[in-house]
Design a protein around this ligand. Structure first.
Ligand SMILES: Nc1ncnc2c1ncn2[C@@H]1O[C@H](COP(=O)(O)OP(=O)(O)OP(=O)(O)O)[C@@H](O)[C@H]1O
Length: 271
């Protein structure tokens, strides 16, 4: 427990980050009964940056991502996105406003495709559903935008009318990705997007994510217990343990010179 209550180490923010953060979370706490899922967690993500979140099972990673996706409300804390016509603490928004904001500005890919997709609808229909929520009504536009998003996610277009239930795990993740990026959101959240896939499929999906990030400069937050995934994808890393951020820094700093005993343990276990 030594050091557990210390404030998270904040290593140098990347020098190039002269613009204000897109995402700012401050002192977010959440308990489930006696379980402390998050305790005073703060995070910033800059435009075009990929923030990786690592930590052991139960450290609060998914809870934090759910907060970022406004699926849940914390006991306390503040959440802001620096977007036009958006002001104040996003946790204060009502259900309708949250839904509209998420549909337009926040995309998410879950580890479990059942959480992100309607498994009995077509893949193109799943992507179109997001466009419908955001107000698109023309059938031709829905179809062409869904096609575009599936193509950008490197989904085989000849299968766009197949239902996710008929697809492989890797393809299901590509449909989730297409749905998430269809409206070019300001923020893309990825919760263990490749966990459970074969290693070769995992590498291909990560390639797609990297290409999308490079081509579109999408701001991403990726949660993974797999340090290899974080090292491949992230610019900056936040290490969580028991609901707290124990260390934070540039990916190379964290991997080459971890300071917190828990991070050292994580990194050395992986090497
Ligand atoms: N809806 C819930 N009800 C009760 N407890 C919950 C709920 N969601 C999360 N928790 C608890 O909060 C803690 C953090 O869970 P969380 O899923 O965020 O961790 P995690 O780091 O994402 O773990 P994993 O990698 O296993 O998914 C855990 O102790 C978990 O059991």
């Amino acid at each position: 427990m030594i050091g557990e209550n210390l404030a998270a180490r904040r290593l140098n923010a990347p020098q190039l980050m002269t613009t204000p953060p897109l995402l700012t979370m401050t002192d977010v706490s959440k308990r489930f009964g006696s379980v402390v899922a998050l305790q005073d967690v703060s995070a910033t993500v800059y435009p075009g940056e990929v923030l990786g979140i690592v930590g052991e099972s139960g450290s609060g990673k998914s809870t934090l991502l759910r907060m970022m996706n406004l699926e849940d409300t914390p006991d306390s804390g503040d959440y802001r996105l620096a977007l036009p016509e958006l002001d104040g603490n996003l946790f204060d928004l009502d259900r309708f406003a949250r839904r509209m904001l998420c549909a337009r500005q926040i995309g998410i890919v879950y580890q479990n495709p059942h959480l992100g997709l309607l498994m009995g609808h077509t893949s193109s229909g799943n992507v179109a559903e997001r466009l419908l929520i955001a107000g698109e009504r023309s059938f031709a536009e829905l179809r062409s935008k869904a096609r575009e998003a599936l193509d950008a996610s490197e989904f085989p277009l000849e299968r766009m009318d197949a239902r996710p239930i008929e697809l492989s795990g890797g393809m299901q993740q590509r449909v989730q990705l297409a749905k998430a990026i269809a409206l070019e959101p300001a923020l893309l959240l990825l919760d263990e997007p490749t966990t459970g896939l074969d290693v070769s499929v995992q590498a291909l999906v990560l390639d797609t994510l990297k290409r999308l990030q490079r081509d579109r400069a999408i701001t991403m937050v990726i949660v993974s217990h797999d340090l290899g995934v974080i090292r491949t994808m992230a610019d900056r890393v936040m290490v969580m343990r028991r609901g707290r951020v124990v260390e934070e820094g540039l990916v190379d700093q964290i991997f080459q010179d971890p300071q917190h005993a828990y991070t050292q343990q994580l990194v050395h276990a992986k090497l």
